[in-house]
Design a protein around this ligand. Structure first.
Ligand SMILES: *[C@@H]1O[C@H](CO)[C@@H](O)[C@H](O)[C@H]1NC(C)=O
Ligand SMILES: *[C@@H]1O[C@H](CO)[C@@H](O)[C@H](O)[C@H]1NC(C)=O
Ligand SMILES: *[C@@H]1O[C@H](CO)[C@@H](O)[C@H](O)[C@H]1NC(C)=O
Length: 473
């Protein structure tokens, strides 16, 4: 058996075992059934296979004028999509949420193995999954079936009805995003923002297939196909950075351009999250944060009191606090009992223990202080795939005939995340909290390195996994 096949088999077996574990208390139909092609779409695919001359277009040059992004509009679109979800769509969202969590944990581990988490990190499992699902949409066999197995759902040979329907997967990702954003809406005040943009950068003269680009819309409502000279990776990276900043207004991290000069396509996914914590206020004075035992920095901190889900695990020497971001979403904060234990706690938390800890948590009155966050993370999926022993999955031989007829060579596959956490500005500090209760409030202060995640209960998805070593870095 080829190493890649073996590696995929191992992943699949692990996923199935893990699925059984976490899905224990959920309505559970045959795993992933709802994400496959239906019998009728299979028949349709068969009859249209021969006539498949899909329309193509040449991307505009990167210098072409592009209107700025309207994030409020993107949020409204997501809300609308989340507002009319049917039962089956919710099930799909839960299935994709679970697959994305697993992918997120796995890739977080790869990121930490390549040294990408030791000074802080923020990773978006849903963006990662969406990026790979986008490639799945653009691929033909054998790449398509390899990607399907890597996504966690191996198909049965040539059986069309056991193949993932890429459009269903990407729609489920839209539902997942919408369910998170909807959480901030209670009380008519938008507290959560989640915007996803894909930049498709092609070498001049290359054509893209229209159905592919259109098909990405549920996952990334804004797709920017642009052409530019990629033969000089550093120059191209800088042009892309300027272009994206001009369109989005986001100051994001790129990566040191390690792209080989013969790439003809870069697939970059950009995600911006902004959360406002209800009932929290910004402390007037900056506070001390101990980065390590010889470095201290002064940072803006938020503080708030209330009854939060909390769990102290004496065995693993850590505590977890869950701060609500609406009815079904929360910010999970994980603090090791001892700062030097962060790596160990990270390995446990972003594996599967997080779900167990969440079940163990119980309501507790506490006073919580944590840094205001503006974190930037960036990682190249190609590097993570290489670390996962699948360096050729999106390599030169990848069959991506649904993206373009020109035989694209994929360079970097960047995921870039801007993650912001603030106080809810409309909110007055709650002076009126009953004093008797507050006297017995547990003090939880995140003034040394910690981990966090954003979880939404309806889809079960973990939207972000992260680690803060230095809030000012
Ligand atoms: C929270 O989840 C419940 C159960 O799925 C659902 O009925 C409710 O509408 C959700 N609330 C929001 C704000 O999405
Ligand atoms: C947990 O962390 C505390 C604080 O650093 C430390 O004193 C204690 O020894 C740790 N306990 C265990 C069981 O590791
Ligand atoms: C600082 O921390 C490191 C590892 O966390 C430890 O090895 C070292 O002994 C510590 N130094 C002091 C002065 O405590």
């Amino acid at each position: 058996m080829a190493p890649a096949t073996r590696s995929l088999k191992a992943i699949t077996l692990f996923l199935l075992a893990w699925t059984g574990l976490v899905a224990g208390d959920r309505i559970y139909v045959h795993p992933f059934h709802f994400l496959f092609y239906s019998k009728s779409s299979c028949d349709q695919l068969k009859s249209s296979a021969e006539t498949a001359a899909e329309p193509t277009f040449t991307p505009a040059p990167i210098q072409a004028k592009t209107p700025p992004l309207n994030e409020a509009h993107l949020r409204d679109q997501l809300l609308m999509a989340a507002g009319k979800l049917e039962a089956e769509e919710k099930l799909r969202a839960a299935e994709v949420g679970m697959m994305a969590n697993f992918m997120g944990f796995r890739m977080y581990k790869m990121l930490s193995e390549v040294g990408g988490t030791s000074h802080g990190a923020v990773l978006s499992p849903t963006a990662l999954f969406g990026t790979l699902a986008s490639f799945y949409l653009g691929s033909t066999d054998p790449t398509a079936s390899q990607l399907q197995a890597f996504l966690g759902v191996p198909g049965k040979d040539q059986d069309c009805t056991s193949r993932l329907d890429g459009h269903k997967v990407l729609s489920a990702l839209q539902a997942i995003q919408g369910l998170l954003v909807a959480q901030g809406e209670a009380g008519g005040q938008a507290r959560l923002l989640l915007s996803t943009v894909v930049g498709l950068f092609m070498a001049p003269g290359l054509q893209l297939k229209q159905p592919f680009v259109k098909g990405l819309a549920p996952f990334a409502p804004v797709v920017l196909p642009r052409s530019l000279d990629l033969s000089s990776p550093h120059v191209a990276a800088e042009k892309i950075r300027q272009f994206m900043q001009a369109v989005t207004g986001w100051k994001m991290n790129g990566l040191p351009a390690g792209v080989s000069a013969d790439s003809t396509m870069l697939f970059n996914t950009y995600v911006h999250f902004q959360g406002r914590l209800k009932g929290f206020s910004l402390l007037a004075e900056p506070q001390e944060f101990r980065v390590d035992n010889s470095t201290r920095v002064s940072v803006h901190m938020l503080s708030g009191s209330g009854t939060f889900q909390h769990w102290h695990d004496p065995q693993n020497n850590l505590s977890m606090t869950s701060v609500p971001l609406g009815e079904n979403a929360s910010l999970l904060l994980l603090k090791p009992g001892c700062a030097s234990e962060l790596d160990r706690v990270q390995a446990l938390a972003f594996h599967q223990d997080l779900f167990i800890w969440m079940k163990n948590a119980s309501p507790r009155t506490l006073h919580l202080t944590l840094p205001q966050l503006e974190l930037r993370g960036a990682y190249d999926l190609q590097a993570l795939l290489a670390q996962a022993k699948l360096p050729t999955l999106l390599g030169a031989q990848a069959a991506l005939g649904r993206i373009s007829d020109s035989g694209v060579r994929v360079g970097e596959v960047l995921n870039s995340v801007l993650f912001e956490l603030k106080a809810d500005e409309g909110e007055q500090p709650t002076e009126s909290a009953p004093q008797s209760e507050m006297t017995e409030a547990l003090e939880v202060t995140l003034n040394s390195p910690f981990l966090f995640a954003i979880h939404e209960r309806d889809s079960g998805a973990l939207h972000f996994l992260g680690r803060v070593d230095n809030p000012r870095a």
